[in-house]
Design a protein around this ligand. Structure first.
Ligand code: ASP
Length: 337
């Protein structure tokens, strides 16, 4: 049987970074040099692969909609030539990029595995070697044909993943969704958790730079201060609320702001600050008002997925009512309704 062929797309991030006077930074050519010293990457058991280095290489804190579109377009243009894709990315915003790619790449039917590392590949004790080699094998196996994130023994659905630790090597998890695979001596797939929806041909739906915002509620929040932000200039807002979707009720200040935002065409999506569990608008008096004001539930979606989904839906040019409706629909396995 012909060997599988995988395209590795390097976007930047710690995995290929080098120490500089001002801290770690990605340097062109540094990653390919480090990979050339990994024997496993040349093993006859490894799939064939090619490396595509993006320019400029970025710390993932600098990622924007443009880079998400850029990564997706490389996958789109090379889709027929390769059996799968590994995207090497900084860990800080990897969950956002994974979520965005899951929406941009409509009808995806090949593995797209995002990975990176907490310690650069060129340094002692790097976690990058296993993350890279295992991602390559997972991409070649072709079992999980969706956007996933592999990190330290766990294969996660990309739009369910969250960066949980700034310094542990086990840095990611998906608190609201089972792992797609756990990797020990073998890769143990959780077949029932893997996407099995109908796919057609791959379509590339680029995201536009729509103005959206994220507002985290905290005790004592003075909503009046945010009135100037939540205007018709914002097409969408992700509200990070307490528990099952609750906001402070004092003074009833937020509701008129949300009603006005809604009337002027903004979409307000309610997420929870809790890493696990779901938003249930109306379960408490403190959340019923949100629903009445026109907010939509993001159920158990991560903030990362909600941000990416807002970008996506608002880029489609569909009416606001439709955006609100779709926000509460499961499109890519990003939520449990
Ligand atoms: N700041 C880095 C980045 O996100 C962190 C990492 O890759 O682990 O690009």
């Amino acid at each position: 049987m012909a060997k599988k062929k995988i395209l590795i797309i390097y976007t930047g991030g710690t995995i290929g970074m080098c120490r500089t006077d001002s801290g770690y930074a990605p340097i062109s050519g540094f990653l390919s040099e480090a990979i050339s010293r990994i024997d496993d990457m040349k093993s006859p058991d490894a799939p064939d692969w090619e490396l595509y280095e993006m320019s400029p290489l970025l710390d993932s804190s600098d990622m924007t909609v443009d880079e998400w579109n850029g990564i997706a377009s490389i996958i789109y243009e090379n889709y027929c030539e390769f059996d799968g894709f590994v995207v090497l990315h900084g860990t800080d915003t990897m969950a956002y990029t994974a979520s965005a790619l899951s929406f941009i790449l409509e009808g995806l039917d090949k593995p797209v595995v995002l990975t990176g590392s907490q310690i650069p590949l060129s340094e002692l004790r790097s976690d990058g070697r296993d993350n890279l080699v295992t991602s390559l094998l997972i991409a070649a196996e072709g079992v999980a044909r969706e956007v996933t994130l592999y990190f330290s023994g766990k294969l996660l659905r990309g739009n369910r993943a969250v960066k949980m630790s700034a310094d542990k090597l086990v840095a990611f998890d998906s608190p609201n969704y089972p792992h797609l695979a756990d990797v020990g001596i073998t890769v143990r797939y959780n077949y029932s958790a893997i996407c099995n929806y109908e796919r057609g041909v791959l379509r590339f739906q680029p995201l536009s730079k729509v103005p959206i915002g994220v507002l985290k509620i905290f005790p004592g929040i003075q909503f009046g201060l945010f009135e100037t932000i939540m205007t018709e200039k914002l097409s969408g807002v992700v509200l990070e609320t307490f528990g099952a979707g609750n906001i402070p009720s004092y003074g009833g200040e937020l509701i008129p702001i949300i009603s006005r935002a809604f009337e002027s065409g903004s979409v307000v999506a309610v997420c929870s600050q809790c890493p696990s569990g779901t938003v249930t608008l109306g379960a408490y008096e403190t959340s019923s008002a949100l629903k009445r004001a026109g907010a939509v539930s993001a159920y158990d979606m991560t903030t990362e997925a909600a941000v990416a989904k807002l970008y996506y839906l608002l880029s489609l040019g569909i009416p606001t009512e439709k955006v609100k409706e779709k926000m509460e629909e499961n499109l890519r396995g990003e939520m449990t309704v």
